[in-house]
Design a protein around this ligand. Structure first.
Ligand code: 5GP
Length: 223
């Protein structure tokens, strides 16, 4: 394989630089460090787009409208639901979250892959709606680390932290149904792992086009 990719045909560069319309789903208990990882990975891998969800929860300090979420009222969310505008939606810890329906053809023609940061309920719904999304589960190194991170973040009451931890424990079972599990011990290592998954999946899912393109180029070169 490395012969084909390494001999000047440029496909290695292409899979690293271009998306092919894939849907990557990232799930993790709150406080795992998912946002940092997603940002780090997107800075390093071209051809990735983050799907900005709609939510009824209030913005946190540093969160930006249209970047982290679209923050909407219950009634706006409800109207969007009635118009069937969500690919999936779920209630998470008392707030509503919804993923806008992506235009899959457009994603492909724009050569981007889409990253969905959604919970395990949402992931199951997307599996029913979209062909072969790639599921990645991020785990904190331990429940203790997760608790410490949530405490340090200072966004939740003790009660809520306890609730998040018990949900995280239940949720971990769901990770078995995911394609990849990454334990977020060190940010730089986890970003490397995420990048590897994206590039490997681009190679795997694009193999027919890669072979066809290679055939054409070989024929052109060899007359
Ligand atoms: P947070 O409020 O901490 O940003 O997110 C809480 C949880 O909601 C996280 O597990 C996150 O992955 C999930 N979430 C965010 N957006 C969506 C969405 O559009 N759909 C679903 N199902 N979950 C979401």
């Amino acid at each position: 394989m490395s012969m084909i990719y390494g001999n000047g045909f440029g496909f290695e560069r292409e899979v690293k630089e271009k998306g092919i319309g894939l849907i990557f789903i990232l799930s993790a208990p709150s406080g795992t460090g998912k946002t940092t990882l997603v940002k780090g990975m997107m800075e390093q891998v071209p051809g990735l787009r983050f799907s900005v969800s709609f939510t009824t929860r209030l913005p946190r300090p540093n969160e930006k409208e249209g970047v982290d979420y679209y923050f909407v009222s219950h009634s706006v969310f409800q109207k969007m639901l009635e118009r069937n505008e969500f690919l999936e939606w779920a209630e998470v810890l008392g707030n509503l979250y919804g993923t806008p329906r992506p235009d899959l053809k457009k994603l492909k023609s724009e050569e981007v892959d889409l990253i969905l940061d959604i919970d395990t309920q949402g992931a199951k719904k997307v599996l029913r709606e979209v062909d072969h999304p790639i599921l990645i589960y991020l785990l904190p190194p331990s429940l203790k680390v997760l608790r410490d991170r949530l405490m340090k973040r200072g966004l939740d009451s003790l009660e809520r932290i306890k609730f998040r931890l018990s949900k995280a424990r239940q949720d971990m079972e769901e990770a078995l149904g995911y394609h990849y599990v990454i334990v977020n011990e060190r940010v730089d290592e986890s970003i490397e792992k995420l990048k590897s998954v994206i590039i490997a999946e681009r190679c795997r899912r694009n193999k027919v086009s890669i072979i066809e393109e290679n055939k054409k180029k070989w024929e052109e070169r060899n007359g």
